[in-house]
Design a protein around this ligand. Structure first.
Ligand SMILES: Nc1ncnc2c1ncn2[C@@H]1O[C@H](COP(=O)(O)OP(=O)(O)O)[C@@H](O)[C@H]1O
Ligand SMILES: [Mg+2]
Length: 357
């Protein structure tokens, strides 16, 4: 649940493909953010629906409905929240669930909003319970009860709020209590990006960073980006460094592949941690099943790091399965690491085919 945290773990801090973001990352990210819906690549459905919501609100001269954005880290939730504000010509206030410890913190923010302002609440599933309850009323009635005093003498003073648009972001919509989920007028689920979309992201970012790249170079980076624009942008920057130091600056397929080999991001986008987990599973435990804790100890990582940083991608790629008896490697995992499963499962039955290119 620490997906968007800057502190997922010391190891995570220098990972190219992990969720951690360092200072440089944030500065470059801001520079690379699409500024309006037209510039936003992919997510066709979400874009079309959001466009309608915002256009209709503008036509009515009203404040847009509350919007919930759910999806994995790096898919563009923060970017979309800023686009919503820009499209509505409204200012934006940015905060996050963990930053709101007390209901009072939220009351202070809500009561200082301007009419029509967008309030972006990142990691909304990590807000405290009392703050959450205050938010229900604010979203529905544009009103909060400010509690003055303590104990039996405490009184609730109702406070009117100007209409505002709440944009909530979460990596897991399923974690939101239904009453909160139901108060959003529009919910958008962001999907992972396809290779063609990621290539467009890479080309667009390269243009903004003034980096020369050919189509095969962009495809190579896109293919290792795990369906995630943030990762595509990160890999592009590291490949750019390599191209500048080791070549003439132009990013080709060869340069991209060589650079990402240096950074230990393999052809499928697995990094050192992912490969470490798979290797332990295959070499030490014969492909499993093995318990998460045991597996974590074997790779010298925290349980949470293995479970929340490495596994989601490995599962999504069909390399690892979480079963009631423990973690199990799939045939594709053996093929990807170039290893043979201990018990021959009928030789020559086309293991290569499972893995494809
Ligand atoms: N659809 C998109 N088109 C172009 N760039 C994108 C897109 N989605 C995300 N990005 C880029 O990826 C980076 C991470 O996006 P961000 O909005 O911070 O993700 P999230 O908030 O979901 O973690 C940003 O630098 C942004 O420019
Ligand atoms: Mg974000």
């Amino acid at each position: 649940m620490n997906w968007d945290d800057d502190t997922t773990g010391t190891e995570a801090a220098d990972r190219l493909v992990g969720p951690a973001a360092d200072g440089e990352d944030q500065a470059v990210e801001a520079a690379l953010r699409p500024k309006d819906l037209g510039e936003f690549i992919g997510q066709e459905k979400v874009r079309e629906q959001l466009d309608l919501v915002l256009r209709a609100a503008r036509a009515r001269g009203a404040t847009a409905d509350h919007v919930l954005l759910s999806g994995a880290p790096g898919l563009g939730k923060t970017t979309l929240s800023m686009i919503i504000a820009a499209e509505m010509g409204a200012p934006i206030r940015i905060t996050s669930g963990p930053a709101i410890q007390h209901a009072g913190d939220l009351a202070a923010i809500l009561s200082s909003l301007q009419e029509g302002e967008v309030l972006f609440l990142d990691e909304i599933h990590r807000m405290s319970r009392p703050a959450e309850e205050m938010l229900y009323m604010a979203m529905e009635d544009f009103r909060v009860d400010v509690i003055v005093g303590k104990g039996p003498g405490a009184t609730a003073i109702p406070l009117e709020l100007p209409p505002f648009t709440l944009v909530g972001a979460t990596t897991r919509a399923g974690l939101l209590p239904p009453p909160l989920r139901d108060r959003f007028g529009f919910t958008a689920h962001m999907e992972f990006y396809g290779p063609a979309e990621l290539e467009r992201v890479v080309h667009r970012s390269a243009g903004l960073l003034d980096v020369e790249i050919d189509p095969a170079g962009a495809a190579e980076i896109a293919g290792r980006s795990r369906g995630t624009p943030r990762i595509a942008n990160r890999l592009l920057r590291r490949v750019r460094d390599y191209a500048q130091v080791k070549a003439d600056g132009l990013i080709t397929q060869e340069i991209a592949a060589a650079a990402l080999a240096v950074y230990e991001v393999d052809a499928r986008g697995l990094d050192r941690l992912d490969r470490g987990v798979l290797e332990a599973l295959l070499k030490l435990f014969g492909g499993g099943p093995v318990g998460l804790s045991t597996l974590a100890v074997a790779v010298g990582e925290e349980r949470e790091t293995v479970e929340e940083v490495a596994e989601p991608f490995l599962v999504r790629e069909g390399l690892l399965a979480r079963t009631p008896r423990g973690r199990v490697a799939t045939p594709a995992a053996w093929a990807h690491l170039g290893l043979t499963p201990p018990r021959a499962q009928g030789s020559g039955n086309g293991q290569q085919d499972l893995f494809g290119a």
